[in-house]
Design a binder for this molecule. Structure first.
Ligand code: ZN
Length: 437
């Protein structure tokens, strides 16, 4: 039993912050919230005066198995993968939706987290992406060739306990056509099997054409933003809203392309140093290392993805705001870990929140996006996403007001997951000795 006394509580519903509020936690769940609570003897008292408490953050598009860069040894890769879960917790992210890892690996990690054998966010996970041979993402393995195989594979992932199915429609960034687009029969086969099992489908789509193909299968979510301006009179946004499709714009992904090239001072952020293993950050600071990373990534994209991202980020932002204003539910997702160099695990979840505010969303709405909406997207709103009595006690204690300035979400003091309160330093990349050295 723990009571945190006297904090300002933002409960994740978007309602007015509650000052001077106590939060009482028992048996891993939120028991009660209110002023001057009476609690049972033996309850641990924590002084929360001068702090702000928000629900644990939820990132709905992560890759825990990807190391952000190409130029690493296997041994370095395993050190990064060991650290990735802590990078999320360090940044207050207590739940993730992991899309497209090897199923044996990710479901094992999920089980170990659930059993309390590893410090990690709560993990919801798909199997590998549904993508055709020669499709985007097919280099990660598990590519499919036809609808029959697609059905069998989706059923296999569902049998293994997949929380959702991920489908990639894209034919290459910027309509490059460099990759094979998912054929319609495979798309429908995947959606059909997931629907039969009552599991959600999340779709990787980016342009208008792909968005409309996605909409046709009524997915739970599209987990990238929209790169095209929406023509006057087009019904896309109204249709997304009517179908209840969530969108996670991953603005931080496009922003990551080259961001630290243009802003090398970003390498100096102390929160970044707590988020990324020191050896990796030291490599990234070297211009020649970054030049090789960039070349390797552009080879994979088969186009100048850096210039494309620069041109399209304003459109992604404008579409995000238009969707939000029209009532489409916006969630926070980063695509963290992908090989663009700066798509930092955990750290970029808060970068995504900053960019959603830059796009024009109110900070309080962005907090809802990062908490309640994320929980709704993954189908766990009955136990996660808001600070409501009876739900799991996942929360973040901040040293500054996130509604006054969304960047204050970086000022994590401590993180509670399942009623266990951790000082942020426990997850610090500089403090935790690498487990394999
Ligand atoms: Zn991704």
């Amino acid at each position: 039993m723990i009571v945190v006394r006297g904090a300002t509580v933002m409960d994740g519903t978007g309602s007015v912050p509650r000052p001077a509020t106590d939060v009482f936690v028992r048996d891993g769940r939120l028991a009660s919230l209110g002023p001057a609570l009476t609690v049972p003897p033996g309850t641990r008292e924590v002084d929360g005066r001068g702090t702000w408490i928000v629900p644990g953050l939820i990132d709905v598009h992560v890759h825990l198995d990807t190391p952000m860069v190409f130029q690493i040894t296997d041994e370095e890769k395993s050190r990064i993968l060991d650290h990735n879960p802590r990078a999320f917790l360090y940044n207050g992210v207590t739940t993730v939706l992991n899309v497209s890892s090897a199923p044996e690996w990710i479901f094992d990690l999920r089980a170990r987290q659930q059993a309390g054998r590893v410090l990690a966010p709560r993990i919801f996970a798909t199997g590998r992406s549904i993508t055709p041979d020669g499709g985007w993402g097919s280099r990660h393995g598990g590519a499919l060739t036809d609808a029959v195989g697609t059905r069998a594979t989706v059923r296999q992932y569902l049998d293994m306990g997949a929380d959702a199915i991920k489908v990639i429609i894209e034919d290459g960034l910027g309509r490059s056509g460099a990759y094979k687009e998912l054929p319609d029969d495979m798309l429908r086969a995947a959606a059909d099997e997931a629907t039969k099992a009552k599991r959600p489908v999340v779709v990787h789509a980016i342009n208008l054409h792909e968005y409309k193909r996605a909409l046709a299968i009524r997915p739970r979510a599209i987990i990238h933003g929209l790169e095209d301006p929406i023509p006057d009179g087009d019904r896309l946004i109204a249709d997304l809203r009517a179908a209840g499709v969530f969108v996670a714009p991953t603005l931080s992904l496009w922003d990551a392309f080259g961001s630290h090239e243009r802003h090398p001072e970003r390498f100096d952020d102390p929160v970044l140093h707590g988020s990324v293993p020191p050896f990796l950050l030291a490599s990234m600071r070297r211009p020649e290392y970054r030049a090789v990373e960039k070349k390797r990534f552009l080879d994979v994209a088969r186009m100048d993805a850096y210039a494309w991202a620069d041109r399209h980020l304003p459109i992604f932002k404008a579409n995000t705001l238009a969707m939000h204003k029209a009532g489409v539910k916006i969630a926070v997702g980063t695509d963290a870990g992908g090989p663009v160099g700066y798509n930092f695990q955990g750290y970029n979840t808060i970068r995504e929140m900053e960019l959603l505010v830059e796009a024009g969303m109110a900070p309080i709405d962005v907090l809802v996006a990062a908490t309640r909406t994320g929980a709704e997207l993954i189908g766990a709103a009955d136990r996660l996403g808001t600070l409501t009595p009876g739900k799991l006690a996942d929360l973040v204690i901040l040293d500054a007001n996130p509604v006054a300035d969304i960047r204050n979400v970086r000022r994590v003091r401590s993180v509670m997951q399942g009623g266990v309160l951790y000082d942020r330093g426990v997850f610090d990349a500089r403090a935790v000795a690498p487990s394999r050295q």
